[in-house]
Every structure is written in C-alpha cells, then in structure tokens.
Write a protein that binds this ligand. Structure first.
Ligand code: TRP
Length: 443
C-alpha cells in the first residue's frame, strides 16, 4: 500500500469543475455532432437527452456514491463492498481506461496539429487530403505522443495541484469559447438551414434500435461513465458534498456544452454549403468539414478556427486527465506505486497501445466501438447491478447532506431494474452484434 493519507480536492468547486472537465471533451464536440448528423439530427438529440436523464444520471450518482463511500480507486472500491469476486469488473474498468485513452489522445493530437498549423499558416482548403496526412502514420503518432505528454505532466502533479488547478483555469475558458463561437455562428448567412437540420427531428429514426444504442452509448461516453472515472474522482471527496446535486450540475453542464457545440458546428457547415460532406460522416467528419469551412471564411475563419480548436484541445485535455487518473490511482492503491513513475510508465504503455489507431482511422473507429458499445455499456450494466443490489448502504451514502428523501427509492429502483434491463437489451440486440460486424469489416 502507498503510504500517506488519501489525496483530496481542496474545494467543492474544484471537484465539480474537474468532473465537468472529465465529462466535457471530444465527446461533446466531435462525437456528438457526428452521431447527430448520422442519426437524424434532433431525433438523436431527443433520445440522447432521454438516455442521459433516465439511464446515465442514475449511474453517475451510483459511481459517485461508490467512490466517495469507499475512498478507493475502482478495484478496491468493488472488492470493499462486494468481495473478491468483483475484482474482475475492476480489471475491466482499467482495461477500458487503457483502451479509451489510447485512441482519445490520437484524436486530440489531430486537434493539436490543426490548431498549431492554423496559427502558423492557416487552414488548407484541400481539407480531405490534409486530414489524410494528419490522421495517419508517423504524423499522427507524433502528435499523439505530444498530447499524452501533456496529460502525464498534469496527472503527475497530483489531484489538487495538477488536476484541480488545471480544471479551475481551463473549464471557464472552455465555456466562454464555446458560447462565443455559437454566437458568432448565429451571425452567418444561411445559419438557419443548419439549425433546421439540427433541431428538426426526423421521427422515422426515433424508433431505430441502432439510434437508441448510439444515443445511450453517447450519454455514457459523454458523462465519462462505465469505467470508474467518476468513481475515482469521487474517491477524493469528503462527506460534505451533496452528491445528487453534484450529479445534476455535472450532467447539466455536459449536456449544455454538447448542445451548444451543435449550435456551432451545424450553422457553419450549412452556411458554407458543406452539408453533403456531413452525410458521408465518419470519425473524420468534424476534422474535414470544419477546416474547409474555416478556409473558405478567409482571415476571420482562421481566427475562429483557432478558437474552435483551442476549445477542442482544452476539452480533450481535461478528459484525458481523468482517463489516465483512473489507471494511475489504481496503480497507487493496488500496487503501491508512486504517482510519478506510475504516470510516466502507464502513459508510455498507453501511447504504444494507441499506435494502430494513430496509423488508421478505420482501426480507431473500431476501437471506439469496442470501448463504447461493449466495455462502457457493459460496465454501466454491471455497475448498476453492483450499486443497486450488492453495495450495502448505497442510499445512505448517496444522500449524505440532503434532506429530501423521496427520490432515493426511485433511484435505487432504476438501478436495480430499469437501467440494467435496458442496457442488457441494447447490448444484446444491437451493441454487441454491431461491434462484431465492425470488427469483421476491418478484414
Ligand atoms: N467524457 C469525455 C468526452 O466526452 C471522455 C471521457 C473521459 C470518458 N473519461 C472517460 C469516456 C471515461 C468514458 C469513460 O470526451
């Protein structure tokens, strides 16, 4: 065991901003907009909101209660309340952390590259070709390494001096950037076609199981659920924090930023008549269409584009931190490692694991599906059962400091029945089969 008392957040605000920093990231801007484009615009947004409220929010509160109650990283938290047979689930969480971070910093590396090149020389109108270069081979791998180095640097600084301080500065900046960009986008001629596409639901898609799976997966990914990230952050909390309120603030901020990011992306794409490119959307959509739009907007576009990529980089950094922290805190708690060598060694290992994703966006897309469709949704399924049925005193832990009691029975019933039943259904009928089809499609 590592010596010394457990690290702590220095303020509630610091914890909330760090948790929002974990939630808000590439998922809100890159993943959300490409899924919305692919899945019928507002129809997807409606399902995503419903999934967040009914399925993801209860799991978020479950993770917070488990983390704060145990004061431990995932493996030990699970074994503390459930005994050793729950250890494999903790190992699955660590695996998810490795896998997600391994491609997350690849995408963040693309953003870093676009931002730096835009500062140096602007945006290239030949966006598709440019993306091909940025997103493959040694180029992509180099920026992946650079982004991971930043992430390691902050995590090695510790919970309050590294993660909390970074979030306190970067999160308000991110809010200001995204809101400012949305206001700018509203001034563009033709923005209304973008709003119409984004906000007018195509109800024929609402009933599709595939869209339901994408919406649920996105709700989990965006709130950083299903692999112990929120759990780990909550393990550095004292018992003076109102967890249900924290969960609502975190989820509210996360949804708001995703929604506002859509108000940036869609008007710009439609104002410049690039909507056909969105239809053919893949993981690369945002990185091809938007740079093209910025290039066509001339010198204003260059400035706006730099701010856009700055927001993306900031969001990605605070999320990558939380992914690495899960793995690092587990090495500290379970293996007795010190923070600095743990951060550096695990950062190197995860960078190497990301090499295939750096080489090919097709591989990256499949790894994203494995992580989301199977590991995160599966992790959420297991977590809801764990906190609903196995963890003793879960309600008491969740309601420390709250007077209002009526909701907690509903919460536990959701965790016991509705959430696992729904996730099981989505996993078996769509998430698992479609992931295997995607894997087969690589060959
Ligand atoms: N939520 C982040 C985003 O939307 C990504 C992320 C950070 C994450 N930590 C996570 C996703 C843990 C799943 C699990 O970009």
């Amino acid at each position: 065991m590592a010596g010394g008392p457990r690290e702590r957040w220095t303020s509630k605000r610091g914890f909330i901003l760090a948790a929002i920093g974990s939630a808000v990231g590439l998922g809100n801007m890159w993943r959300f907009s490409y899924l919305a484009a692919e899945n019928g615009g507002a129809a997807f947004v409606v399902l995503y909101l419903a999934a967040t409220l009914v399925i993801a929010l209860p799991v978020l509160l479950a993770e917070l209660a488990l983390g704060r109650g145990s004061q431990k990283s995932p493996i030990q938290a699970l074994t503390l309340y459930g005994g050793r047979r729950w250890k494999p689930l903790g190992l699955v969480f660590i695996t998810s952390g490795f896998l997600i971070l391994s491609y997350y910093t690849v995408i963040a590396g693309w953003a870093l590259r676009y931002g730096l090149v835009a500062i140096a020389s602007g945006f290239d109108p030949n966006a598709a070709e440019r993306f091909g270069e940025v997103a493959s081979g040694w180029d992509a791998f180099g920026y992946h390494i650079a982004f991971m180095a930043f992430t390691v640097f902050i995590v090695v600084g510790g919970v309050s001096r590294g993660i909390e301080r970074t979030s306190l500065v970067l999160m308000p900046m991110l809010f200001a950037l995204v809101v400012g960009l949305a206001l700018y986008a509203a001034t563009l001629d033709g923005a209304s076609a973008g709003y119409a596409y984004y906000l007018k639901p195509d109800f024929s898609k609402l009933l599709s199981l595939n869209v339901l799976k994408d919406a649920t997966g996105q709700a989990f990914f965006s709130l950083s659920l299903g692999m112990g990230a929120m759990l780990t952050f909550a393990s550095y909390l004292g018992r003076d924090v109102n967890l249900p309120r924290a969960a609502m603030i975190i989820a509210g901020a996360d949804v708001a930023i995703a929604f506002i990011a859509g108000l940036v992306v869609f008007p710009m794409i439609f104002a410049l008549d690039l909507s056909a490119d969105v239809g053919a959307s893949t993981v690369g959509a945002l990185f091809i269409t938007l740079p093209k739009a910025f290039a066509e907007m001339g010198s204003v576009g260059r400035g706006v584009g730099i701010l856009f990529f700055a927001a993306l980089i900031v969001g990605a950094l605070t999320s990558a931190i939380s992914l690495l922290e899960v793995v690092v805190s587990s090495a500290i708690d379970s293996l007795g490692w010190r923070r600095r060598p743990a951060g550096i060694l695990l950062g190197i290992a995860i960078t190497a694991l990301g090499a295939p994703s750096a080489w090919s966006t097709d591989i990256l897309g499949v790894v994203d599906q494995i992580a989301n469709n199977i590991l995160i949704l599966g992790g959420g399924f297991a977590l809801s059962i764990f906190v609903g049925w196995v963890m003793a005193g879960s309600i008491e832990e969740a309601r420390v400091g709250t007077a209002d009691v009526a909701w907690f029975g509903t919460w536990r019933n959701l965790l016991r029945y509705a959430v696992p039943a729904f996730l099981f259904f989505v996993l078996v009928y769509d998430a698992i089969p479609s992931t295997f089809r995607a894997i087969a499609g690589l060959f």
